[in-house]
Design a protein around this ligand. Structure first.
Ligand code: DP6
Length: 330
């Protein structure tokens, strides 16, 4: 189904830029990954996923209506060329809302996480942009619809509309109106995420083309939807029972299984660097010594550690540069 048909179901045809707007959305880390699309135009996933939002780490986006024929896009304080990849993605997303109307914006996005380093800044970016458009155009849409719209910018963005644990239900409908984020009603005080930055540079293959290549070329991918479904139910159980070992093991195994499908693609996709492997081995060693720490990784070389607050100081001795976040507050 075409995006425009879905947009017609969600948005009024005539919109008006009534005001400037500024919004924040958090980045999110998937514990059960979204990897593979059944519809590339609408970003409809092959499997359901589950993430945790990163509290204060994410994107601030400001929209200012301007006179003109093109959007002005600023990223982290620098104006981008209209042809730049990020500018085009932003403008094409705003096209969904303005359709034929001559409504242009100065878009200022600031990420307090490294852009395109596998730390999901596209998720928080599209979520913050969706929220800001909702305000600037006085749309007053319900959060489910905002999540569906953000998903069309970047799949994982549909989870960044919410805080805490969030499930992205894959849905069954062709128009994707049942495929959006849903916040879980569970808190986990003391649950921590640590960011191990191996390389903050732009990666060679983005998630979008990486997952497409995997779906098209990796035989191993056939086992992925089953694995993801089993992991999702294990994560629900772990969260409901606050069983940290079950959560950690499930998330780590899920991430490594996703990476196995990437490596089995052609041409092969290996996002790891030697330092990524060294960090994984350090985590395994610490676990053997009795420290309950696990990792997850996205389409990039960086690790995200999962641990509990009481182990933070010990962990910092081994990962001194660790940036830690408590998704459920202190
Ligand atoms: C590995 O949401 O960036 O981080 O929908 O094509 O924009 P598009 O992909 P994107 O993919 C994220 C993939 C992942 C896993 C995850 O966050 O679930």
């Amino acid at each position: 189904m075409k995006r425009i048909e879905v947009i017609e179901r969600l948005l009024p045809k005539v919109v008006k830029a009534s005001a400037s707007a500024e919004q924040f959305a958090p980045s999110n880390i998937a514990l059960c990954k979204y990897w593979g699309k059944r519809d590339t135009e609408l970003n409809l996933p092959i499997n359901a996923s589950l993430s945790v939002s990163l509290d204060y780490l994410g994107s601030h986006t400001r929209l200012i209506p301007i006179e003109g024929q093109v959007d002005e896009v600023w990223l982290n304080g620098q104006q981008l060329q209209p042809g730049a990849k990020f500018s085009r993605k932003v403008s094409e997303f705003i096209d969904l809302f303005r359709r034929d109307q001559l409504l242009y914006f100065r878009v200022e996005t600031r990420n307090n996480i490294p852009t395109a380093a596998g730390l999901a800044s596209s998720a928080s970016g599209f979520a913050a942009l969706t929220l800001a458009l909702n305000d600037a155009l006085a749309l007053d849409l319900p959060s489910e619809h905002l999540s569906i719209l953000a998903r069309m910018g970047s799949g994982s963005a549909c989870r960044s509309l919410f805080t805490g644990f969030v499930e992205w239900e894959m849905g069954q409908r062709e128009d994707g109106l049942d495929s959006h984020g849903i916040p879980l009603d569970h808190h986990w005080p003391g649950f921590c995420i640590g960011l191990v930055e191996i390389d903050a540079g732009e990666k060679a293959t983005d998630s979008r083309s990486g997952m497409q290549r995997t779906v098209e070329t990796a035989h191993l991918y056939q086992s992925w939807p089953l694995q993801a479904a089993a992991d999702l139910s294990r994560l629900h159980q772990a969260i409901a029972e606050r069983d940290f070992a079950l959560l950690g093991q499930t998330a780590e195994q899920n991430a490594l299984s996703m990476h196995a499908t990437m490596i089995a693609s052609w041409p092969p996709l290996l996002y790891w660097q030697p330092d990524s492997v060294a960090a994984m081995q350090k985590v395994w060693r610490l676990r053997e010594q009795g420290l309950p720490v696990y990792f997850t990784m996205d389409a990039g070389p960086n690790l995200k550690l999962l641990f509990q607050r009481e182990d933070r100081d010990t962990l910092l001795q081994h990962f001194p540069d660790l940036e830690t976040v408590e998704p459920f507050g202190h």
